[in-house]
Ligand binder design. Structure first.
Ligand code: MLT
Length: 410
């Protein structure tokens, strides 16, 4: 008799962004005359930059040529892209890797979701709260969470609250944990850690034989000096951290799909018999078994992100989104709302007015201003009383949305 993985029954009914989209679609269907502005899911609106498109097309032409055609590529990615990543994303910060420490993939969502497979079933997980739901949901599916309590927290997961009170800087875990998910610049709060704050987590991981899963998908939005661009800027991090990066927000690849994960060879943990086991070969084994690589044209397109033209063009787009973020921050502050993030991030974390619940504020913005946000409560219990807006819409829509909000009285 076939049996389901009952861990799935412990999940919330639907993935957060699916629920946001469902409610927004229902509203649009019932109110076809309303011009709804989407500032919910963090999806980009700017098209791929010309330098990237040229490289993409040239690679497609190669695939149409019998002499240049390529079939299966290396599961870990082509060396031309691994080299470009190491040079541009790490050497710049004084960090170096071998090519076989960089694994190209089709998304940081998949990688941050899949990485838990290489850890023991009884690993104790810590997450910041609020949190990108993928980290928790994939551990629920894997059976590490236990049941969800009335407080909205799974019993076997350690939550590290990030709130106005602690300036959105999580405290170190007070209990023993094995794996800590950190995302900075943070999704959803848009806030960051300084080097010293991140160094405390690295020190904790070194002292407690824990591993940090560091999601730096929003690194390109960093504007302030004291914010680390990679966890490997922190001394000793190679021995305790895996880092995830993505071309999605960096270069508009949400629909194109390309990302990468760095698993340093120095990262070694003990097996149940006390023997050292490096994580790099385990992740390699996992990827070579379950993944067949990102398509060649997409990897050529990603390589072009690092060309001189590519860098210039993608940074123009990033500045465009950061300008939207500034407009959102300033407009909402003028409207009397408390806002966070949006300086080193495309996300603005808004405190709801008058202690409204997140989903009530979501409904109010949808119905009164025809704006879709993402309710903070959907990211975890400490997200209750907040709502996230993205700066990824067009400048025109962003301005229009802010004009609509300024007419509301809270
Ligand atoms: C978000 O809105 O949080 C992100 O776009 C979701 C994702 O990257 O999967």
């Amino acid at each position: 008799m076939a049996k389901i993985n009952e861990n799935y029954l412990l999940l919330e009914n639907s993935y957060l962004f699916v629920e946001v989209n469902r409610r927004a679609a229902k509203y649009s269907e019932e109110n076809p005359d309303k011009d709804v502005i989407k500032m919910g899911i963090g999806d980009v609106t700017k098209p791929l930059a010309p330098a990237i498109v040229d490289a993409f097309k040239a690679a497609v032409d190669e695939m149409a040529d019998a002499d240049l055609f390529r079939g299966y590529g290396p599961e870990q990615g082509y060396e031309f892209l691994q080299q470009a990543i190491i040079k541009n994303d790490f050497n710049k910060w004084g960090v170096d890797f071998d090519v076989d420490e960089v694994f190209i993939s089709d998304g940081a969502k998949c990688d941050t979701g899949n990485i838990q497979e290489i850890f023991s079933q009884d690993s104790k997980i810590a997450v910041t709260d609020p949190v990108y739901p993928v980290y928790i949901d994939t551990n629920v599916m894997a059976g590490r969470s236990g049941l969800m309590g009335e407080d909205g927290m799974y019993e076997n997961i350690t939550y590290l609250p990030c709130t106005e009170e602690n300036n959105f800087v999580p405290e170190l875990p007070q209990e023993d944990v094995d794996i800590i998910y950190l995302c900075f610049p943070n999704n959803p709060t848009g806030t960051t850690l300084t080097r010293d704050e991140l160094a405390k987590f690295v020190e904790y991981a070194r002292e407690n034989d824990a591993v940090i899963l560091y999601d730096a998908a929003y690194e390109v939005f960093i504007t302030e000096d004291d914010v680390p661009h990679t966890i490997y800027e922190i001394e000793g991090a190679k021995e305790v951290a895996i880092e995830f990066r993505s071309f999605s927000k960096t270069a508009g690849f949400t629909g194109t799909r390309c990302a990468y994960t760095v698993v340093p060879k120095e990262l070694v943990i003990k097996d149940s018999e006390g023997n050292d086991q490096a994580l790099n070969p385990l992740w390699n084994r996992r990827q070579t078994t379950k993944f067949n690589g990102v398509s060649y044209p997409v990897q050529r397109a990603a390589e072009a992100v690092y060309s001189e033209e590519g860098q210039k063009q993608i940074m123009e787009n990033i500045e465009y989104y950061l300008e939207n973020a500034r407009i959102i921050r300033e407009s909402l502050s003028e409207a009397g709302l408390n806002v966070y993030g949006g300086v080193n991030s495309p996300y603005i974390w808004v405190k709801t007015p008058n202690d409204m619940k997140s989903w009530d504020f979501f409904d109010l913005l949808l119905e009164e201003a025809n704006i879709v946000g993402t309710p903070g409560a959907g990211f975890g219990p400490s997200g209750e009383g907040y709502l996230r807006l993205t700066a990824f819409n067009t400048l025109e829509n962003t301005k229009e949305a802010m004009a609509r909000i300024s007419k509301l009285s809270f």
